[in-house]
Design a protein around this ligand. Structure first.
Ligand SMILES: Nc1ncnc2c1ncn2[C@@H]1O[C@H](COP(=O)(O)OP(=O)(O)OP(=O)(O)O)[C@@H](O)[C@H]1O
Length: 697
């Protein structure tokens, strides 16, 4: 924009005034307090938070302006909207409005036209009209682009698009970013949805699911300041590398202390270190390898069965039975002639301690028997005899308590798979599970059940979530969600996923309906996000060709009108051309300014080989493997199943042939994930016959 134009000059002036106000307020806070006075220390914490808010404002005070005329007021007022709010020090009037404030919702929900608009304020509904919607970009404290997407009475073609496209055209580094300046209306309605619901969101690849969930957390913390605490919110994501990738968004939004974890990590914390989790060596081989026939997924697939609500019902039934027949006590005889009758032991256990869950009840019982023993010893006057009886009594106490049934999750689970109880479980699952449980090993697929059992045996922990986000939820089982729901007073969930990317369908859900029995109807709401923001029009249209092969019946993703290069198909006739072709792809994209470039292979082995070859040719690439905790950006070689959730400026799908991506739903999901990782450029390379999954119909 012309820096001499009146609009630019007006905004420049406003920006300078804002910086002056920020400086004034910062100066008013005074120096950091380093003394010992407790009250001053508490006040200093508040001041520090204020300083941090001003620092954030100082970087980019606002990104939008909305001229809004409230009914009954003489003229429209410009509202400047930023990541954090600020009132004028002198008058207390709002000077920058927090994007989460009720009035700011107009900025996002407004889709043009002169019709009256409303928003819900704490004191009731406010009515008015919008006169202008303006996006402003401020970088390094300088005013950049100014885009008016709406002006009352103007011709207003393509509301929002220009600024959004400008943002989407950016190259990406190794971290996901906030989108406060360009949140779209459909995303905004999810972000601002009331808290006591389980929102289940089916969103196309690149529709902003992860981003929206993170913004929703920031919104909930703002909106329900008195009821929700960041430390009681948790995000579940598929792996630590993904957590690292998203770790920048919440701090950018001024949110700290939200727990970010994987389900396995959280489950192991609950089971307090008593469990030996072994990686299922066959999982990768079975589900992602190329050898043999692709396995089919059904209700007897171990992960599907063990994550089902049917399995939960079986566990509940057995756990209930366990309680009724748990203890058949023998009398306790610490030494000959002194007997604690079985009836008393039963009475303690079944009547006195009945309010406790089984495990603490058992502990209480043991302590009670021990106290009884101490009392008996106390009645013996002769110290020599007392010592003697004490020795025998304690010995017999240990033997007695060791014989009591165990009330820990693993023992229960082992019994379930080894006794007649297992008759209700599919035979093939009993066989395989029994074998490793005998060695006291467990697999990922057993964790939800084990935590569930632990929960029932031990009673609720003093741990309650205020809100739970489950990302990539298509790979999460109904039992997992039901379990997390136990840690809440009322359901408050954001559950997001894409069935078309369900590459772990052997342990996840195949339809969102599977979650219907977890939440009562009034507590769940279903949302679909179809617009995809990540990739160019060409890439989305190409990926949409793969979609029908996933067998999910999902509608095609809708692109934003951002056109780029055509998707390239590179047919190689000679293996010797492969490496030079990949090197050329990297070189070419670097020259075009792409910052993150990924070569996506089908398997771990394919990746390892390629990374070696590239190294041999002098190209250093980051090879991503399963235990990776960080995503570094730059040039990456990544197996497709680990690329899920990430994005790259340019993607090369190596070996897109008919063997690696055959005509099977699992393969289609993998290829769909691979292609939808690309923002700006996508190439598929193959030797022999190309995969049938992207043939034009
Ligand atoms: N309203 C928006 N404005 C600007 N960028 C957006 C918007 N919504 C999403 N994006 C961008 O689109 C990309 C995809 O977002 P995100 O990773 O959150 O999507 P997703 O639905 O979780 O994707 P996937 O399922 O493919 O992993 C990100 O680069 C994000 O910044």
């Amino acid at each position: 924009m012309d820096t001499q134009s009146p609009v630019y000059r007006e905004e420049q002036q406003r920006l300078q005034d804002t910086f002056r106000e920020i400086d004034r307020q910062r100066a008013g806070i005074g120096p950091v307090y380093r003394g010992q006075d407790f009250t001053e220390q508490l006040l200093e914490e508040k001041r520090e938070e204020y300083r941090r808010r001003l620092d954030l404002l100082g970087k980019e005070p606002y990104f939008g302006r909305l001229d809004f005329k409230e009914n009954g007021k003489p003229m429209p007022l410009p509202l400047y909207i930023g990541k954090r709010g600020m009132d004028l020090q002198e008058t207390g009037e709002p000077y920058v409005i927090d994007w989460r404030a009720p009035v700011a919702s107009l900025f996002y929900s407004f889709t043009g036209g002169e019709a009256p608009v409303t928003y819900d304020a704490p004191d009731g509904t406010i009515h008015g009209e919008i006169y202008r919607k303006r996006n402003l970009s401020i970088r390094d404290q300088k005013l950049g682009r100014i885009v008016d997407s709406y002006e009352r009475g103007g011709d207003n073609i393509g509301l929002n698009d220009e600024f959004l496209l400008y943002k989407l055209g950016d190259k990406k580094d190794n971290k996901l970013r906030d989108i406060v300046s360009t949140i779209q209306a459909e995303q905004d309605s999810i972000i601002r949805a009331p808290r006591h619901k389980a929102l289940i969101i089916q969103g196309a690849a690149g529709s902003g699911k992860t981003t929206v969930a993170l913004h929703r957390l920031a919104f909930l913390l703002y909106q329900y300041q008195q009821q929700i605490r960041a430390e009681r919110m948790v995000i579940f994501a598929p792996n630590t590398m993904f957590l690292d990738y998203i770790s920048g968004v919440l701090p950018e939004l001024g949110v700290g202390n939200v727990k970010q974890t994987t389900f396995a990590e959280w489950a192991l914390e609950r089971l307090s270190g008593s469990i030996k989790l072994v990686k299922d060596a066959t999982e990768g081989e079975l589900w992602f390898s190329l050898e043999g026939k692709r396995p089919t997924i059904n209700d007897e697939t171990p992960g599907r069965y063990k994550g089902s609500l049917a399995f939960k019902a079986l566990l509940d039934e057995k756990l209930k039975g366990l309680e009724t027949h748990f203890l058949d006590p023998q009398p306790f005889e610490p030494w000959t002639g002194r007997i604690l009758p079985a009836a008393t032991i039963r009475e303690w256990f079944e009547v006195e301690y009945r309010h406790y869950a089984l495990a603490p009840r058992l502990e209480r019982l043991k302590a009670r028997i021990n106290r009884w023993l101490e009392m008996q010893l106390g009645e013996i006057g002769d110290p020599k005899i007392r010592k003697e009886k004490s020795k025998t009594g304690k010995q017999r106490f240990r033997t007695y308590t060791n014989k009591l049934p165990k009330a820990d999750a693993l023992s229960f689970y082992q019994r379930l798979f080894s006794s007649d109880d297992s008759a209700d479980i599919p035979k093939s699952i009993v066989q395989s599970t029994k074998t490793y449980l005998k060695k006291s090993e467990v697999r990922h697929e057993d964790l939800p059940a084990l935590v569930w059992i632990h929960y029932v045996l031990n009673g609720a922990e003093n741990l309650v979530f205020d809100h739970v986000v489950v990302d990539e939820a298509q790979d999460v089982s109904p039992l997992q969600i039901a379990l997390l729901n136990q840690f809440m007073n009322e359901p408050s969930f954001t559950i997001l996923g894409d069935l078309a990317q369900g590459i772990h369908a052997y342990r996840g859900v195949q339809s969102w309906e599977e979650l219907s029995d977890v939440f009562a109807e009034e507590y769940r709401s279903y949302h679909a996000l179809q617009q995809s923001y990540r990739s160019t029009l060409e890439i989305i249209e190409f990926a949409n060709r793969i979609l029908p092969h996933t067998g999910t019946g999902l509608p095609p993703a809708v692109p934003v009108f951002r056109s780029g290069d055509p998707v390239e198909l590179a047919h190689l006739f000679d293996e010797a051309d492969r490496l030079p072709r990949i090197e050329r792809f990297i070189q070419d994209n670097r020259e075009r300014g792409m910052q993150t470039i990924a070569i996506v292979c089908r398997t771990d082995d394919d990746c390892a080989r390629l990374a070696d070859e590239l190294r041999g040719a002098g190209v250093e690439a980051n090879l991503i493997s399963e235990n990776q905790t960080q995503y570094r950006g730059g040039i990456t070689v990544v197996p497709v199943y680990l690329a899920k959730g990430l994005e790259f400026d340019a993607v090369l799908v190596a070996d897109a042939d008919d063997r690696r991506y055959a005509a099977a739903p699992q393969d289609a999901k993998l290829l769909y994930v691979a292609c939808t990782r690309a923002l700006h450029r996508l190439t598929l390379m193959y030797q022999g016959r190309q995969s049938p999954l992207f043939a034009e119909s």
